[in-house]
Design a protein around this ligand. Structure first.
Ligand code: J9N
Length: 245
């Protein structure tokens, strides 16, 4: 058998991140995702957008047409980055994730969807966003997904990538210590159904605060019923929107 036929297994998930702050993404190599990268189960490449700048000053932004505050990221460095990472005409194009406060809201269903996508390419915008033609250009050959982490404003997409990748990584079978796929369903229930009941551990009395008696009783049926009650009450108080859906 020739050496050429001996090759490592391809990763389950391949992730590219383009940013002007590559060190901001260092936490991606920690913890469970870091271990998956070390095992070769996940491939991660973080790229500095300035590598694809076209001038000596490594400029990646300019003033907005139509006026207004702040700067808009130039289309050309982004297009060069996309063309290098995912050359046009090549099969198996990644899904392009664009973090933006104007995107579709991120939630557990989106995390599940992304965990089943073999190749993700995150484009971290800063300032007042990326020239809108970049999404149009990428859309000519890849699925473009503009995603919001919630109704608040961040300075850039880097923290969004950290959050999305943590949510996605724990759903990849074998990335989590225990059976990730089994966990997926119960966590799905917790997120889409009701909020979880409060949790307690030893000691039963701590600084004058007691664990609810029922949890010490050993009556599994009644405990389940109590938890259900707590879930309902919490959800009614904190997330009534979950009950009307
Ligand atoms: N949900 C969300 C995303 C953002 C971003 S992405 C790039 C700049 C700001 N803020 N809030």
């Amino acid at each position: 058998m020739s050496d050429a036929s001996i090759r490592p297994c391809p990763p389950d998930l391949s992730v590219d991140v383009v940013t002007i702050f590559p060190s901001y993404l260092a936490p991606l190599r920690e913890s469970l995702l870091g271990k998956a990268i070390e095992r070769g189960q996940v491939r991660l490449a973080v790229h500095d957008l300035r590598r694809w700048a076209t001038d000596g000053h490594r400029t990646v932004d300019d003033t907005p047409y139509g006026g207004g505050p702040g700067m808009v990221m130039l289309a050309e460095p982004w297009a060069r980055a996309l063309d290098d990472i995912a050359p046009p005409g090549e099969p198996d194009q990644p899904r392009l994730i664009l973090p933006t406060p104007t995107g579709r809201p991120f939630n557990q269903a989106v995390a599940v969807e992304l965990s089943r996508t073999p190749r993700l390419l995150f484009a971290c915008g800063r300032y007042e966003g990326i020239d809108a033609r970049v999404a149009e250009y990428a859309g000519q050959r890849m699925v473009v997904d503009e995603i919001s982490l919630g109704d608040f404003v961040l300075c850039g997409g880097e923290v969004v990538v950290l959050a999305i990748m943590e949510a996605v990584a724990r759903l990849i079978p074998g990335v989590l210590g225990n059976a990730a796929s089994a966990d997926q369903d119960s966590f799905g229930d917790a997120v889409y159904g009701l909020l979880e009941a409060p949790a307690y551990t030893k000691p039963a009395n701590w600084r004058g605060l007691a664990v609810p008696e029922i949890l010490l009783s050993g009556h599994h049926e009644m405990i389940a019923e109590w938890r259900r009650q707590q879930s309902l009450e919490r959800t009614r108080q904190r997330r009534p929107d979950l009950l009307t859906r």
